[in-house]
Design a protein. Structure first.
Length: 548
């Protein structure tokens, strides 16, 4: 399904790999590179200035954008690549284009082979490896000189979007920073079931548990069969992109899988704090009572969603994009879901986690002659979609479906843009004035109207994400009341993280799952904490505090 949310946390990690080369053989000497740089850069040397002679940029990428190409265009030749050539004199060439599922392994092969391209996008672990190997360029000076003011402002919205790529006060890459609020959890509840049972929205976590118990025991779908339950989780608990356990834990003041400050201002790992034990004990009780899906441990996100769409579960936790996971069930006009802020034990507002969102790091090969070309390409994206050019040209670069930016590996979207879309769409819905909506906002406005008119119930997802009573309304509530706790560690993986994190997370998942199933005592949590520390957690904590 095409939609306009950028899932950082999606669901599919897009590894876009892009490379620039001013010399075809990559063997130009330092003096020759210097001469070439002088000859290529134009006199008005600015953020979007055009090179005096063409700069060829070698690149590789995955094929996710193929679904959003305009008729007659290809990934190698489209409105974006033509724009780069016409306005910047930068020509992209592609060493390879592969399916998204194969992009990471293909990149690993490329890097292992030693013939790394000039500019490319990597994951954070690969970034750390390249940094330690001395194979990428310090971008500090070229970013300061060439980055447009708008691009610089984007990287400071809602946090420091470049923090993960700084090392010893130098900048070694640029991230695809998309903000810090889209992952904030909320609770989704079958509102038609609440109406059937004459229940009110929860104010406390005990209220929510009461609703979940009623959904399990009181036949909320009125089919005279005991075939429903309250909570749906996926088998990875705090993994996957939705139907996670973290929202439930947040109600008890626990923050699994993120780093938070303790009362001494030191960073500590949320999953090993005492509050997590309280949350797990409650989950163990609810599982024993049948209030949690008894088979959640066998279900990934997709299978968990199938259980929800089959009408089995009435509550789950997830981020603002979660309606897309269950949208197909909304063809039934008797069904509805509503999103609510996570309730707390006391009824006071609950603090929930948020993350600096960037799955991709753009880096430049060491000694590449024109590292500023990367900055110019990102400036171009920001200008065409959000700058002075946007009013006339955003439609051209977004395409009919609003997803045209997917066809280029050099994409940069406004951080936390979904909140702004929500505000503008709601204003238009309430006033009837659509004159100030941009193309993306107009598309969401039209989708909501299609749902409301009854002509297309599949557009329910847009009503629930961008409408007045929506998931982004919940996010806005969090923002307005200072309820977002940012993960305090967003730097590249530490040395111990690179080697031990996967093992420690596997231990965490196995222990938490056994506790919830009742296969292990709640006291197993204390053993887990000790084992976590011994197996690398203590060392990792020291490194996190040194590196933050």
């Amino acid at each position: 399904m095409k939609h306009y949310l950028r899932m950082t946390y999606s669901v599919i990690l897009i590894l876009m790999l892009t490379f620039m080369a001013a010399c075809s053989n990559g063997k130009t000497t330092e003096s020759a590179k210097s001469d070439e740089t002088i000859s290529i850069i134009s006199e008005d040397d600015g953020p979007l200035s055009k090179y005096a002679v063409p700069v060829t940029v070698r690149t590789v990428m995955n094929d996710v954008g193929k679904d959003f190409l305009s008729e007659g265009d290809t990934l190698e030749n489209n409105v974006w690549t033509r724009g780069y050539e016409e306005e910047l004199n930068i020509k992209l060439t592609f060493d390879w284009i592969v399916e998204a599922a194969n992009a990471s392994s293909k990149l690993n092969v490329t890097l292992t082979g030693g013939d790394i391209p000039d500019i490319f996008a990597v994951g954070h672990t690969q970034f750390k490896q390249l940094l330690e190997a001395g194979k990428i360029t310090d971008l500090t000076e070229v970013f300061d000189k060439y980055a447009s003011q708008q691009l610089k402002s984007f990287y400071s919205m809602g946090g420091d979007g470049l923090k993960p790529v700084r090392h010893e006060d130098k900048l070694y890459g640029l991230t695809d920073y998309s903000g810090s609020v889209d992952t904030a959890p909320m609770v989704y509840i079958r509102s038609d079931w609440m109406e059937n049972l004459q229940l009110k929205p929860p104010k406390t976590i005990d209220d929510l548990i009461m609703i979940a118990t009623a959904f399990t025991e009181q036949d909320p779908d009125k089919n005279n069969i005991k075939d429903t339950y309250g909570f749906q989780f996926n088998k990875d608990l705090d993994g996957g992109w939705t139907m996670k356990m973290n929202g439930f834990a947040n109600a008890y003041g626990a923050f699994p899988r993120i780093w938070v400050k303790d009362d001494k201002e030191q960073l500590v790992y949320g999953s090993i704090q005492p509050e997590m034990k309280v949350a797990l004990e409650k989950l163990q009780q609810l599982y024993k009572q049948g209030v949690i899906d008894q088979e959640f441990g066998t279900k990934d996100v997709n299978k968990a969603a199938e259980s929800i769409m089959a009408g089995k579960a009435g509550i789950f936790f997830g981020p603002l994009a979660s309606p897309f996971a269950i949208g197909t069930m909304m063809q039934d006009e008797t069904i509805d879901w509503m999103a609510y802020p996570i309730p707390s034990e006391t009824g006071e507002p609950t603090v929930v986690p948020s993350e600096i969102q960037n799955a991709t790091v753009f880096v430049v090969r060491k000694d590449f002659a024109h590292p500023e070309a990367l900055i110019k390409l990102l400036n171009f994206a920001v200008e065409k979609l959000y700058g002075q050019s946007a009013e006339q040209e955003a439609g051209k670069y977004l395409g009919d479906g609003g997803q045209g930016f997917q066809v280029t590996p050099f994409k940069m979207l406004q951080p936390n843009k979904n909140v702004l879309i929500y505000e503008n769409v709601v204003n238009a819905l309430q006033s009837g004035d659509t004159s100030n909506l941009n193309r993306e906002e107009w598309s969401n406005y039209e989708f909501i109207q299609a749902y409301r008119s009854g002509t297309d119930r599949s557009k329910w997802v847009y009503e629930r994400i961008f409408g007045p009573e929506s998931t982004i309304a919940v996010v806005k509530y969090y923002m307005d009341n200072d309820l977002l706790k940012l993960n305090q560690f967003s730097a590249p993986p530490t040395t111990t993280m690179a080697t031990k994190k996967a093992t420690l997370e596997r231990l965490e998942l196995e222990t938490f799952s056994k506790i919830i199933y009742g296969a292990a005592s709640i006291d197993e949590f204390d053993k887990f904490v000790m084992d976590w520390k011994k197996l690398g957690g203590s060392q990792m904590t020291e490194e996190v505090n040194e590196q933050r």
